[in-house]
Ligand binder design. Structure first.
Ligand code: SF4
Length: 331
């Protein structure tokens, strides 16, 4: 696989697939009638979700929110450090939500994900943020850790679509969603950008406080793939629809990288692009963790890249930060 550092790279045209066979579908995704349909689905699904969650009290249980229609937004701006098909040349329009369904001990965004840092916003304000990002010419609307605020996001999308939101919607998450939640997003989300973090439940529980992660993650990825299929790029190499999976390689193979990749290649779809990340560093509680209190080594990351090749996962991205340092000792 060609080495790629996405933090500097320009989107490679047609890297994942030939654009031509998908051209008609790309037009459909971005055409106004389709988005009107999308808005209708949002409306219908939003009210359905209201009923659904009423019984389970999910809305009132939204962490940090004062009323059921509030979401917590930590930041909303142009983001240029996502993978090339997401950030492209004009950036992703990222909205970072406060809190997360995981509690990773190493989270680099822990003030947001676990401290709930952010502003309480209702659907009108959230819709305005979405439209602001469209006005900034972002390639897409990149919803980051959105899962616990799905009803609030859907309500905002109804308003934003009615006011002209036409951006593809990226759902950037931990890959730990319920099928009920994903069904609400069917036909609304254009691009799924989930993690596949672990292949071992014990490590997932110890490190990220996510019970039964492996089974849940695999069911999540299957449903996402069913909804949007293989990643499709436009003529400029920008994602229009599909699934792109992230995997963070961790020290001492806590992430179980080879098995994660094997499952994707052999049991999900071998043409699924994987973004193999080397950026682990010990943040927050990981500083005091005897296993996680160091960065990855180049040797560990190289083994992960070998697994990509072993399973012929040739569409996707790797990073080259560690390769540039090229050390076989801890860095
Ligand atoms: S899933 Fe991501 S954002 Fe959420 S706690 Fe883990 S590292 Fe942080």
């Amino acid at each position: 696989m060609k080495q790629e550092n996405w933090q500097n790279a320009q989107p490679p045209p047609g890297r994942f697939c030939a654009v031509a066979p998908f051209a008609h579908r790309i037009v459909v995704v971005t055409a106004l009638p389709e988005k009107r349909v999308c808005a209708g689905q949002v409306q219908r699904r939003s009210s359905h979700h209201g009923m659904y969650t009423a019984g389970k009290n999910h809305l009132s249980a939204a962490p940090g929110a004062r009323d059921p229609f509030e979401a917590i937004v930590a930041s909303w701006n142009v983001h240029r450090r996502e993978e090339p098909p997401i950030s492209g040349t004009r950036g992703a329009g990222s909205i970072f939500f406060g809190y997360c369904q995981a509690r990773c001990t190493y989270c680099q965004n822990f003030p947001l994900s676990q401290g709930g840092l952010g502003h309480r916003v209702g659907p009108e304000r959230l819709a305005d943020m979405m439209l602001y990002l469209q006005k900034k010419k972002c390639h897409n609307l990149d919803l980051v850790t959105p899962t616990h605020f799905v009803p609030q996001i859907l309500a905002a999308l109804v308003l934003a679509c009615a006011k002209g939101l036409r951006l593809p919607i990226v759902y950037n998450c931990a890959g730990y969603e319920t099928l009920e939640t994903l069904k609400l997003l069917d036909g609304v989300v254009d691009i799924y950008l989930p993690d596949s973090k672990y292949s071992d439940d014990k490590n997932a529980l110890r490190t990220s406080k996510m019970p039964h992660y492996v089974e849940s993650n695999q069911a999540t990825l299957r449903e996402m793939y069913r909804q949007v299929g293989t990643l499709q790029l436009d003529e400029e190499g920008i994602a229009r629809r599909g699934l792109l999976i992230r995997h963070l390689v961790m020290p001492e193979d806590i992430s179980g990288t080879r098995e994660v990749l094997r499952w994707i290649a052999e049991e999900l779809a071998p043409d699924t692009p994987v973004s193999l990340m080397d950026q682990y560093f010990p943040a927050w509680k990981a500083v005091n963790d005897p296993v996680l209190n160091r960065r990855l080594t180049w040797t560990e990351y190289r083994a992960a890249m070998d697994a990509l090749e072993e399973f012929d996962l040739t569409a996707g991205y790797v990073q080259e930060d560690l390769m540039e340092l090229d050390t076989t000792s801890n860095v």
